[in-house]
Write a protein that binds this ligand. Sequence first.
Ligand SMILES: [Zn+2]
Length: 157
Amino acid sequence: MRGRPDTASWAASHAGSGTPSVPPELLFDQPLGELLCSRTAGQVLDEAVLGAVQYGVQELGVPLVLVLGHERCAAVTATLERLRTGAPVPGHLELLVDEIAPAARRTRGRPGDWAEHTLRAHTAWVRDAIRADPAFAAAQVVAARLDAASGLVSLLP
Ligand SMILES: [Zn+2]
């Protein structure tokens, strides 16, 4: 993931919730301004995000869309709490929880760390949703997980 000379080589959708707010250019060793980024909590998609990424792919020729989730995501934590307690989530956070909840429900019974399973399943789901959309057919679409402590990014299967 290094040494791409062209501008706007990468599009990243990265959650900023409860995460070290590391600029994506530093994560990927790219010059400042090299990446087209659209950040939402829990890398939740909405029409505004999709429009921004579509602009990157179709108008700027961005070849790669990277959906980047991160461990200890506050949006995932809020979703699990909602499912555990049934307590309502205030205001606009409801949208985030609604979007992440399907991944949390699918992985609830698995052994191990529910938050980690949810993060991976949700991030892969977002990737698959973008992949399935013809607006992004010109780009490669991948999902990855950021380890907050080490700054390491690993691709998700
Ligand atoms: Zn987050």
